[in-house]
Design a protein around this ligand. Structure first.
Ligand code: AHG
Ligand code: MN
Ligand code: MN
Length: 336
């Protein structure tokens, strides 16, 4: 068993919390105001509150449907509503937040939108991803994307409709066997684990790199017969080569595995969802940027980077192919 690192005094491996990490990142950028760090700090506090709710779900009677639908026409779980409210309340208190957009709210929520408000940001999120897994104690998560806010743009929708390449921060929290936060501010991908006894996210890995290849795909194969031909050809190709299939049905859990172990995640167009199921602005974009920052690839179609898609609607959907660079190339080769 490895020795407890606290048994020896090693100055070269300091204990770094997410707060000190953010302050150090901020210090690298000349003229930085600290506004973005303060917003990310709100995200980490929200994550702790949501993690606690998820862990106590069955004890506190917060499982099951809330009895309402969201803008996508999907049944909201009680924890979808709770997580959304936690994020809105935390972010609402941060001076640097101009507009918030959520999977659970049809319209963007304008927090403050005065024309003099410079150095402000738009925050988009999926408060609880994979929430249908809650009843069976499966992995769920929060996904978020942060964009700059242009105070000259009055209309909230217009202010938000920026391509993914304009993101200034993106990340997710996985409420799994431990609570993990994965973050990029455009300087690689860093991972933090919540120490529940201390109540702080601790830096556990800097500069994560996705393996260039891993013979593993992650897709809802039940929909296979309704995928466009190229995706079906890819699945034949992969199965002939002995690929493994891994699918949780919670994007955060599936992408987290691929980030760390490699492979490819696919959500193709289907008969039921001809434009794909996943939402461009608060599911695909943040995950695409994280994967690219880790050396992988993320496409909406062959030759179409997710990050270059110009959104026309904050809730629009996109097909997704992302993961290890070589595995994405294999998919593209079959899509033709
Ligand atoms: P959400 O719970 O936020 O609506 O997202 C669910 C998403 C995503 O997490 C997952 O990748 C996908 O739905 C699974 O869809 P299928 O059940 O169609 O495979
Ligand atoms: Mn989701
Ligand atoms: Mn959700």
């Amino acid at each position: 068993m490895p020795a407890d690192p606290l048994l020896t005094l090693d100055h070269s491996s300091p204990i770094v919390t997410i707060q000190s990490h953010l302050l150090a990142e901020q210090a690298r950028i000349p003229g930085s105001t600290g506004t973005l760090s303060w917003i990310l700090s709100a995200m980490s506090i929200s994550a702790k509150i949501i993690a606690n709710k998820v862990r106590c779900a069955r004890l506190e009677d917060v499982l099951g449907e809330a009895g309402s639908g969201n803008v996508q026409g999907e049944q909201q779980q009680k924890l979808d509503v709770i997580s959304n409210n936690v994020l809105l309340r935390l972010l609402g208190g941060r001076e640097g937040v101009a507009i918030v957009a959520s999977e659970e709210n049809e319209e963007p929520v304008i927090i403050r939108n005065d024309p003099s408000g410079e150095h402000r940001y738009c925050v988009l999120f999926d408060p609880l991803d994979g929430s249908s897994n809650l009843d069976v104690c499966g992995g769920v998560g929060t996904i978020f994307s942060i964009l700059r806010h242009d105070p000259k743009v009055n209309d909230a929708q217009t202010a938000l409709l920026q391509p993914g390449r304009a993101q200034v921060a993106a990340g997710y929290v996985l409420y799994g066997s431990s609570t993990v936060m994965v973050l990029t501010v455009g300087n690689g991908v860093d991972m933090f684990v919540l120490d529940p006894a201390v109540g702080a996210f601790m830096l556990v890995e800097r500069g994560i790199r996705t393996p260039a290849a891993n013979k593993s795909y992650s897709v809802n194969e039940g929909n296979r017969r309704t995928f466009p031909d190229g995706y079906q050809k890819y699945l034949d190709w992969a199965q002939e080569r002995g690929y493994s299939s891994r699918y949780v049905g919670s994007m955060v859990a599936d992408v987290h595995r691929i980030l760390l172990k490699g492979g490819v995640f696919l959500y193709p167009p289907t008969k039921k969802a001809p434009a794909g199921k996943l939402r461009l602005m608060y599911e695909a974009n943040p995950m695409a940027w994280l994967i690219e920052q880790a050396g992988g690839k993320a496409l909406a179609a062959p030759g179409q980077r997710i990050l270059d898609v110009q959104p026309k609607n904050i809730h629009e959907r996109t097909p997704v192919v992302l993961g290890s660079a070589e595995e994405v190339d294999h998919v593209v080769a079959q899509l033709g």
